[in-house]
Design a protein. Structure first.
Length: 232
């Protein structure tokens, strides 16, 4: 009796393994094992009926597959690192006067005015200066103060320089920069700023000469009068 109880589970396991090795296409191992057990149970039932005895249907517990979800690595975006602004930096806003290429007569004085914005973190004071850098100075000063007051970060200021057009016709450009109280030069985000003109000769003015026409003076006519006086 002990031999029969041991043999039946072994036969079930063997059938399940054989069925798993010859799986039809698309059939899972669990389904093959179930079919093998059912086939074996049917054979036992038929044999028992032939012998006149009843054989209990074996209960087979199939192993359950446990699926553990795999967690995907999370991608956390890194915050952008802001580039710190320098202490001294300027941005060009506009040419208030004398845009590039303006024609000015040779030797004529003019005033160039720019508009800038302080985009650095330091406040400009009267100790900040505009200095000539290179190119054509056009009679301008070597340096002048940016402001007589203060220009805080983010504020705008207009800077004017008195210049004179050269005496020879041509295109002239002078470059300028800023200088802080520590004599450190700085400029715009693009470098130095400049003034550019075209010196031209004055346009000749046509001269109109008026020649007066003198008409001859009419001559007065004289008609003599003859008076006869009778003699007594």
């Amino acid at each position: 009796m002990f031999t029969k109880r041991l043999t039946i589970p072994l036969i079930v396991i063997s059938l399940a393994m054989l069925g798993a090795c010859n799986l039809p296409a698309g059939q899972s191992p669990e389904a093959a094992q179930t079919a093998a057990v059912q086939t074996f149970a049917a054979q036992l039932t038929s044999t028992a009926q032939a012998r006149g005895t009843s054989t209990p249907t074996p209960q087979v517990v199939l192993p359950s597959a446990t699926v553990t979800p795999t967690s995907l690595p999370s991608s956390t975006p890194k915050p952008a690192t802001a580039t710190p602004l320098p202490c001294n930096l300027a941005a060009f806003l506009s040419d208030v006067t004398i845009p590039d290429g303006t024609q000015i007569m040779v030797g004529q004085a003019f005033t160039k005015t720019w508009r800038f914005q302080n985009i650095g973190t330091c406040t400009w004071t009267s100790s900040y200066q505009v200095v000539f850098d290179q190119g054509d100075q056009m009679g301008g000063p070597a340096s002048l103060s940016v402001t007589s007051g203060t220009v805080p970060s983010g504020a705008a200021v207009e800077i004017s320089i008195n210049l004179t057009a050269p005496s020879t016709p041509g295109t002239y450009r002078g470059y300028w920069r800023f200088r802080d109280p520590g004599s450190v030069l700085f400029g715009l985000t693009t470098g130095s700023f400049w003034v550019e003109i075209k010196a031209v000769n004055p346009t000749p003015t046509p001269t109109i000469t008026l020649t007066p026409t003198i008409s001859p003076t009419p001559t007065a006519s004289f008609t003599p009068t003859l008076t006869l006086t009778p003699v007594p």
